[in-house]
Ligand binder design. Structure first.
Ligand code: C2E
Ligand code: MG
Ligand code: MG
Ligand code: MG
Length: 280
């Protein structure tokens, strides 16, 4: 998304901008209609205990069942939803749907968690607390079963307000995960000030194409695990694709694994099968 800023920050007209703007406006309009027509769906990716490989939770990941373009990943539309205020009703829908599904799958009795991504605008919006309370109340999901995933950049935008928001959410019994950890402007004082329960190590540390990078990543993952455990946080590794990565993450002391090796994000009907694998 190129921005054409002239001097004094005044936007100057560029030939390409017309098309881009039209496309954006179209997408925004389509998103608005999609909300009304309920074209969004959640896929669920399993999260597994690093040792027993038992299922411990799911991450809810939104997709758009587009009438003509098929199933669209969040990368295709979430930024537009975030730039308009559409992320508020969409995020609300995701929360309610994820809590309802987890409760229907027996999260309360079986003890697994459901993780929901929360974007900046949603987090800063006064209604998040109420939204979460309503999603919990209407689904009957135990707050201990819900994990909200936020990124470092979101928390760092207004650190003082963020600490207050997080504390109020946590007072409900909900847990907080720091998503894509290590990719933003991570600050150690952030971990000290914020009530965070889970660090999710970004997949860029897990998946290295070069051996020399892999050596440093190994050291960094080890440090992140020590740091997290020292602060009484759990560690989830995302983007685990190979058995070698699994073995290394286990050796380094990660608690929970998420990645294509163990399960891809799945439609609800398929994800449900992870709960009760057929007897051999
Ligand atoms: P994320 O929260 O970091 O989610 C993990 C992403 O990594 C997902 O992509 C997932 O499909 C992908 N992934 C999982 N395991 C592997 C693996 O082993 N290898 C590789 N290459 N990728 C893996 P997805 O579903 O396309 O979502 C992308 C991002 O969109 C998410 O990143 C999250 O930031 C955002 N997102 C998804 N759903 C929502 C939502 O409901 N609300 C908001 N605000 N953002 C969402
Ligand atoms: Mg996430
Ligand atoms: Mg992530
Ligand atoms: Mg990510």
């Amino acid at each position: 998304r190129a921005k054409h800023e002239g001097k004094n920050g005044v936007r100057t007209f560029q030939p390409a901008m017309g098309d881009e703007t039209t496309e954006r406006v179209d997408l925004e309009r389509d998103l608005r209609e999609a909300l009304v027509r309920e074209e969004f769906v959640l896929h669920y990716q399993g999260q597994f205990d690093v040792r027993s490989q038992a299922l411990v939770g799911f991450e809810a990941l939104v997709r758009w069942q587009h009438p003509t373009q098929g199933l669209l990943p969040p990368g295709k539309f979430i930024h537009v939803a975030e730039d308009s205020e559409l992320i508020l009703p969409l995020g609300d829908w995701v929360l309610r749907q994820a809590c309802r599904q987890a409760a229907a799958w027996g999260a309360n009795e079986r003890g697994f968690t459901i993780s929901v991504n929360v974007s900046a605008l949603q987090f800063e919006h006064a209604n998040l607390l109420q939204s979460v309370e309503q999603a919990l109340a209407s689904s009957g999901l135990n707050p201990r079963r819900l994990i909200l995933e936020l990124t470092e950049s979101v928390v760092l935008r207004h650190p003082e307000a963020a600490a207050g928001h997080l504390t109020r959410l946590r007072d409900l019994g909900v847990r907080i995960a720091l998503d894509d950890f290590g990719t933003g402007h991570s600050s150690l004082s952030l971990l000290r000030q914020m009530p965070i329960d889970v660090l999710k190590i970004d997949r860029s540390f897990i998946q290295d194409s070069h051996p020399w990078e892999a050596a440093s990543s190994r050291v960094l993952i080890g440090v992140m695990v020590t740091l997290a455990h020292g602060l009484k946080m759990k560690v989830t590794a995302e983007g685990v694709e190979t058995a070698e990565q699994h073995a290394l993450l286990r050796e380094l002391g990660c608690d929970v694994l998420q990645g294509f090796l163990l399960s891809r994000p799945l439609a609800a009907s398929q994800a449900e099968a992870l709960l009760s694998p057929p007897a051999a």
